[in-house]
Design a protein around this ligand. Structure first.
Ligand SMILES: [Mg+2]
Length: 469
């Protein structure tokens, strides 16, 4: 399995879109092979852009991404308002104004000005590629749910692009990006079974592999949703790395920025940001803005990822005698030698690699149970319902020198039943980095100087415990 972290795939998808857009922009509308082939960013083109600047594809993707993050769900009205703000005021534009707008998008936004419809696309409009080019934030935001990914990909199209080909092209690209984000192989990403999704006939032809048999001359880059999807998949299929693929896509000419942006969303998710050549990333206009949004979308789907902060767990066990389980840290331990603490430790960043919990970052509840076992030998069933006491920040104070190692702790408590307590009380011992594990009356524990911020966590746990007697 490739060792590409999911976070790299998130950043790759959003930055890949913008990189493709910016590489293709200077030759947009040019007849294929009528220009010096693109190998890097260049200034000029139909909009006289500076080196590394991007166009409507990226601006509109940023509109969708910012809306999803702020509204915390798909909100068609908010999205079209942002599109409109881009159209009239240059919101999310790298030049400060709207300079590159497709006819279908413009017609929809003019209709919105008149009628305020959330879905201003008309089924009779030409089936152009203006909705597929801005898609990436949807599969990123709905990472955990493939049905919602497909549904909202279609809805995001309908805001400005209502023809069925546009909607289906978005759904297909969203499915492929979803698979790429989840680490599928290239052949598994591109696999199509009729039961996966129902699509219109022109999109189905592509899914059945039309692009795999075509020569470059047979691939069109003229701005329709179907042919744009086909051209992007063709570039993805023909190459084995992001950089060759994005240049192949851009150099198809005509609607070069969008073909490369569609390729970039998918290929960036597949290869990950670390496999996008550094000069494409460093030369990208407003890279920080796009990177921050990619990070924010990633954090949204992985609430246990804290940048620059160690995620830790504590588990407070209360027995039927109203005693609490505490451990004494090993004298050779780095932190809090000799002090009593709850069973607890770090969320493992490698134990579950490739699992649902992205990049091997454990679910805090599983981590708490694992740490409990490793620290004390006490075994609870893995399905026990732990009660969350709260999240505590910056609580790793080292009493030797008062230094703080920044961490974010999820603290849980569990009231152990008579039977489990009696059958296991004799097996408790200090393990891992603990010298001792022992039950202490709660009232006594409250008087002790516990390690870290455990006194305040204990007080909160006891308040919570009242409701679970
Ligand atoms: Mg464009």
């Amino acid at each position: 399995m490739q060792n590409i972290f999911t976070k790299d795939r998130f950043l790759g998808s959003l930055l890949g879109l913008a990189v493709g857009d910016a590489l293709g922009a200077p030759i947009e509308f040019e007849k294929r092979d009528s220009y010096i082939p693109v190998t890097n960013y260049r200034a000029g083109g139909p909009f006289d852009l500076k080196v590394g600047q991007w166009t409507d594809d990226t601006s509109l993707a940023l509109c969708i991404g910012s809306s999803l993050l702020e509204k915390k769900s798909f909100d068609a009205l908010d999205i079209i308002k942002r599109f409109h703000q881009w159209f009239r005021e240059g919101y999310m534009s790298c030049t400060g104004n709207c300079f590159d707008i497709g006819n279908t998008t413009k017609a929809a936004l003019l209709r919105f000005e008149e009628h305020s419809d959330l879905y201003s696309g008309a089924p009779t409009d030409p089936a152009t590629n203006g909705s597929i080019m801005r898609l990436a934030p949807i599969p990123l935001f709905y990472f955990h749910n493939v049905e919602k990914t497909l549904f909202y990909a279609g809805e995001s199209s309908r805001i400005t692009h209502a023809p069925i080909e546009c909607i289906d092209a978005c759904r297909v690209l969203a499915l492929f990006i979803h698979r790429a984000l989840h680490g599928y192989s290239k052949s598994d990403i591109l696999k199509y079974k009729k039961e996966d999704m129902l699509v219109c006939s022109s999109i189905e032809e592509i899914l059945l592999g039309s692009y795999q048999k075509k020569s470059r001359d047979e691939i069109s880059a003229k701005g329709l949703a179907t042919t744009c999807l086909e051209a992007a998949l063709w570039s993805f299929y023909q190459t084995d790395n992001f950089n060759d693929g994005v240049l192949l896509a851009a150099n198809l000419g005509e609607d070069s920025d969008t073909t490369a942006a569609v390729f970039g969303q998918l290929a960036g998710a597949f290869y990950g940001v670390k496999n996008i050549t550094p000069h494409f990333l460093e030369g990208l206009w407003d890279k920080k803005l796009i990177e921050t949004m990619g990070n924010d979308l990633y954090k949204k789907v992985n609430p246990y990822f804290y940048e620059g902060v160690n995620p830790t767990v504590d588990l407070i066990i209360i027995n039927p005698l109203n005693e609490i389980l505490l451990i004494k840290r090993s004298l050779t331990s780095e932190a809090c030698p000799g002090m009593m603490a709850f069973p607890g430790g770090f969320i493992d960043s490698s134990a579950l690699e490739g699992s649902f919990w992205i990049d091997g970052l454990e679910n805090p509840k599983s981590a708490a149970l694992r740490e409990l076992k490793e620290e004390t030998n006490l075994k609870l069933e893995s399905f026990v319902e732990l009660q969350l006491v709260g999240e505590f920040e910056g609580n790793n104070r080292d009493p030797r020198d008062n230094s703080i190692s920044w961490s974010k702790t999820h603290a849980f408590f569990y009231r152990i039943g008579d039977k489990t307590y009696l059958s296991q009380k004799d097996f408790i011992r200090g393990m891992d980095d603990a010298d001792e594990a022992k039950w202490i009356p709660i009232t006594e524990a409250q008087q002790m100087n516990l390690a870290f911020d455990h006194n305040s966590i204990l007080e909160k746990a006891l308040v919570l415990a009242q409701t679970f007697k």
